[in-house]
Design a protein around this ligand. Structure first.
Ligand SMILES: C[S@@+](CC[C@H](N)C(=O)[O-])C[C@H]1O[C@@H](n2cnc3c(N)ncnc32)[C@H](O)[C@@H]1O
Length: 217
């Protein structure tokens, strides 16, 4: 359907890609691919395209390790948001945890369509959250829902877009709302510093943070 990019994705091993293909086979979905937005639908993506990384799905084991660092009580009270949901793999994996709601935001119409199909076709997943959906939007400009959030980022964009996105999230919080951030491949972690956070867990591939305060992280 889409051209497969030839980017060097050295951080993802062959073993992890095999596990990704197995995930697709077992659950009847299509998530294992590497694609550039240039090859997809740049005319729809506009300015977001200049800041975006390529599409690549989260390695299954990495996702599970990062989510397991969240306190159970945080999972139960939070809406899980995948910023840059791609084909929806992280949404399907998140649905095996008892999040309150699960929402993916994806700027590419092509990837958004694939994610919708994957969410409706997936089989053999023991879902503890069935309220999951994917919206087609620019994550920097989207209106985030109220309440506690767990924000998942698999390195979707550059430092400028990251700061805009986190700003949009933080400034729409009420005083008691909590925001946890799971950041895989946290190459632009410095952009978070101006907001302030505590680190809950760190792996070679990513980290989990609790952002400070309400409206002030
Ligand atoms: C590395 S992929 C991650 C895919 C998915 N989260 C996963 O873990 O399987 C990054 C995704 O971010 C999307 N993206 C980039 N900029 C975006 C933006 N401004 N708003 C929404 N999605 C964006 C890309 O289209 C791509 O699908």
């Amino acid at each position: 359907m889409f051209a497969v990019a030839t980017t060097n994705t050295a951080s993802v091993s062959n073993g992890e890609r095999s596990a990704g293909r197995r995930f697709d086979r077992e659950h009847g979905v299509t998530t294992q691919a590497i694609l550039f937005l240039d090859d997809l639908d740049p005319e729809f993506v506009g300015d977001a395209h200049a800041h975006a990384t390529h599409y690549e799905p989260i390695p299954v084991a990495d996702f599970r390790a990062l989510v397991s660092a969240l306190p159970g009580e945080v999972v139960r009270t939070s809406t899980f948001i995948d910023v840059g949901a791609g084909m929806g793999r992280a949404l399907l994996l998140a649905s095996t945890s008892p999040f309150k709601h699960i929402i993916g935001i994806e700027v590419s119409p092509g990837l958004h369509q694939v994610a919708k199909e994957n969410l409706s076709q997936a089989r053999g997943i023991t879902q503890l959250c069935r309220d999951l959906r994917v919206v087609r939007a620019d994550a920097r400009l989207w209106t985030y829902p109220p309440g506690d959030l767990v924000v998942f980022l698999y390195n979707p964009f550059d430092e400028i877009a990251l700061a805009q996105c986190i700003g949009a999230i933080v400034h729409s919080r009420l005083p008691d709302d909590r925001v946890h951030l799971i950041y895989h491949t946290p190459v632009h972690e410095a952009a978070l510093r101006s907001f302030g956070y505590d680190e809950l867990a760190r792996h070679p591939f990513g980290a989990v943070f609790r952002l400070h305060g309400s409206g002030q992280i």
